[in-house]
Design a protein around this ligand. Structure first.
Ligand code: ADP
Length: 302
């Protein structure tokens, strides 16, 4: 199984002809309200591919929380480890998507910031069984690291998506197995931002030198670079026409966890993940945009 400790948001996404400038009011095309939050996106992505997923997180006892529960349940996710905060607010994201799929996102964390050791403790049995744990930086780091320790003790693999961008202590890099920053997240961690695939590889090697076993630098449409035990490589991106790049990285991480859980080696798993990321850019929404295993297999065997 796969475990996820992470955020749950409802996303209000406006599809615009172009992104508004500060102080400007613009009419857009249309909007959707859907499940988001990096934790929920990654949990749904792995679940849609067919993995069993245990999800630990928090929502508020409000309308957005009900919407989030409905969406998680519709994807076949178990709600028993989702704590409902009676005096909290469900996290939200206000998203503007421009013509080429580029976006501006404002996040209000709400109950996500209250995820703590008690939530992790409640999920201990699930964590002990997990082969792969997915973490991000939208819930408190202490809770994430407590979960990582439980999973690693049983030989499981911990994948940290260091997003949203934040500088991390080397002790955090050593507490996880795989780290998956995009260009700007790698930039914050290293103090210089990789732009090209070659620079991505250099960034991955630098992250590895800091104590993480495997570093994967995600470069959007330019592909990815990986540095790990016995592998130093650039993988090109799949060619697609993106309409909404929101949560491409989450679909990627969900796909990576799924492939590793299935026993694939790191290189094959990254190829699978890249297909998931690419496919998700061709659909609107966050969690909803993640592909199914049938879609990924059809795409990979084109
Ligand atoms: P994030 O969403 O975290 O910023 P990226 O934008 O780098 O991450 O996307 C994650 C992965 O999704 C990429 O490494 C790539 O495999 C895939 N992907 C993203 N954008 C594109 C694109 N325009 N074309 C093809 N693949 C893409």
């Amino acid at each position: 199984t796969i475990a996820v400790v992470g955020s749950i948001n409802m996303d209000v996404t406006a599809y615009m002809y172009r992104l508004p400038k500060p102080g400007e009011t613009l009419h857009g095309k249309d909007y959707i309200v859907g499940l988001g939050g990096k934790g929920a996106n990654q949990a749904v992505a792995a679940r849609k591919l067919g993995s069993e997923v245990a999800f630990i997180g928090r929502i508020g006892a409000d309308d957005f929380g009900k919407g989030a529960e409905r969406a998680l349940a519709a994807h076949g996710l178990d709600l028993s480890l989702i704590h409902k905060d009676h005096d909290g607010a469900t996290g939200i994201a206000i998203i503007n998507v421009g013509e080429g799929g580029e976006n501006y996102i404002s996040v209000i964390a709400g109950s996500n910031f209250r995820v703590d050791a008690s939530d992790v403790e409640k999920g201990r049995a699930a964590l002990e069984q997990a082969k792969v744990l997915l973490l991000q930086l939208e819930v408190p780091l202490e809770a994430s690291l407590a979960a990582a320790a439980i999973v690693r003790e049983r030989g499981g693999t911990v994948i940290l998506d260091p997003a949203p961008a934040k500088d991390l202590d080397v002790s955090v890099l050593r507490a996880v197995d795989i780290i998956t920053p995009n260009e700007s997240e790698a930039g914050l961690l290293l103090g210089w931002q990789p732009q090209t695939p070659a620079e991505g590889l250099r960034a991955a090697k630098e992250l590895r030198a800091r104590g993480v076993k495997t570093a994967v630098v995600k470069l959007g449409g330019k592909g990815l670079a990986v540095a790990g035990e016995g592998i130093e490589k650039i993988l090109p991106a799949f060619k697609v026409t993106p309409i909404d790049t929101v949560a491409a990285g989450d679909s990627f991480n969900g796909g990576l966890a799924h492939a590793l859980e299935q026993g694939q080696g790191i290189e094959m798993a990254l190829r699978y993940a890249a297909a998931c990321g690419a496919l998700s850019t061709t659909k609107k929404g966050a969690a909803e945009a993640a592909p199914t295993s049938t879609e990924v297999e059809a795409f990979l065997s084109r």
